[in-house]
Design a protein around this ligand. Structure first.
Ligand code: UT7
Length: 335
């Protein structure tokens, strides 16, 4: 965690989301792979997910979420100094998706780059933007989590294709004075020795695209699901405790927890470890599935819009994903 150089805080002043129109239900999936609604619902909590249209890119979704966040913040696009897009489904290997979003939103004064931390991407990107704000390097920043997971799913692998969905969520972050609310603490971690647990094998410089990599289905996500499940519960519970300790508050002080929406069983196991009742936990994976870097802002926006999070409330964001990576953020909501 960064010790602030100034008395500034980093405050979320706007939030917006976007999901594609098309909905794919569990019943629809059962016509594609050997699965059924009962298995998916009881093992994951997911009932349906949104799937991008063929011509709808990650940057298109990111820009739509970003536009909504700008409106919510009442910010002028030219005021944004920094744009960080968290994604593992970038439009291209290069240029960055952030550089493609920039002209779509008219962020003419922003420094733009992507970060790759999979499902932890949004909390990682928020931490980066916060540090730009605290050091005075940026006055207003936009953080986007956007994914077109459907582009890297193997629709023949029932172990993974039923889990994920597409979407985007964005926030505008700005400097507040020392008395303002905002991000209170952040804690991040990684363990690259477990990099093989969630991976896309081909298409990078280690294994460039070839006829063989396509034939071997190596451009799709592969996951050791059971090991990931156990690591996710342990990782998210531990990093939450660390962020709460850094913030100097107890789990009982939290009004809401917004976890990465991977699996309702993972989320309830974490809530139990942290002694947080499930009615304080924001869940929307039944309608969106696991949208990787978009999952936390999609759930956060819904909770704010529904009035579950009010000015002054302490909330916890917590995520876990490929890398392995994990991270947690304590925020006192409001400007
Ligand atoms: O966001 C990044 C982090 N990712 C995650 O957090 C994902 C973590 N993992 C999970 O959420 C869970 O491990 C899954 C939901 C993916 C799987 O649940 P599980 O309870 O761990 O099931 P399993 O993999 O142990 O499979 C149980 C059974 C197997 O059959 P047998 O061997 O018992 O006969 C699977 O073949 O369920 C079978 N199965 C399915 N059946 C119907 C696996 N996938 C499906 C499916 N439909 N889609």
């Amino acid at each position: 965690m960064l010790t602030p150089l100034t008395n500034k805080t980093a405050v979320i002043s706007g939030i917006g989301t976007w999901v594609p129109e098309k909905v794919l239900t569990n019943d629809d999936l059962s016509k594609i792979v050997d699965t059924n609604d009962e298995w998916i619902t009881t093992r994951t909590g997911i009932r349906e997910r949104h799937i991008a249209a063929p011509g709808e890119s990650c940057s298109d979704m990111a820009a739509k979420a970003g536009a909504a966040a700008l409106r919510s913040a009442g910010a002028d696009p030219a005021e944004i100094d920094l744009l960080v897009v968290a994604t593992v489904t970038a439009d291209h290997c290069m240029p960055s998706t952030a550089c493609l979003v920039q002209p779509k939103l008219g962020l003419v004064n922003a420094t733009c780059f992507d970060i790759s931390a999979a499902c932890s991407g949004f909390v990682y990107a928020l931490d980066i933007a916060r540090q730009y704000i605290l050091t005075g390097a940026a006055r207003k920043a936009m953080v986007v989590g956007a994914e077109k997971m459907s582009a890297i799913l193997d629709w023949q692998d029932r172990g993974t294709c039923v889990i994920f969905g597409d979407g985007a969520g964005a926030v505008v972050l700005e400097a507040g004075d020392g008395a303002s609310r905002g991000i209170v603490s952040t804690a991040m971690g990684s363990d690259g020795s477990l990099a093989n647990l969630i991976r896309v094998e081909a298409g990078g410089s280690a294994l460039p695209a070839s006829v063989e990599t396509v034939q071997n289905r190596q451009h799709f996500i592969k996951m050791e699901v059971n090991q990931v499940f156990k690591s996710a519960v342990r990782g998210m519970a531990e990093i939450s405790e660390k962020a709460l300790a850094l913030a100097g508050i107890a789990s009982a002080d939290l009004k809401a927890v917004v976890p990465h929406q991977a699996n309702v069983r993972i989320i309830s196991a974490i809530a139990e470890k942290l002694a947080i009742p499930m009615d304080k936990v924001v869940l929307n994976l039944d309608r969106y599935g696991n949208t990787t870097a978009a999952s936390i802002p999609l759930a956060l926006e819904e909770a704010v819009r529904g009035g579950r999070i009010q000015d002054g409330d302490f909330i916890l964001l917590v995520a876990f994903g490929a890398g392995l990576t994990w991270g947690a953020t304590v925020i006192q909501w409001g400007r």
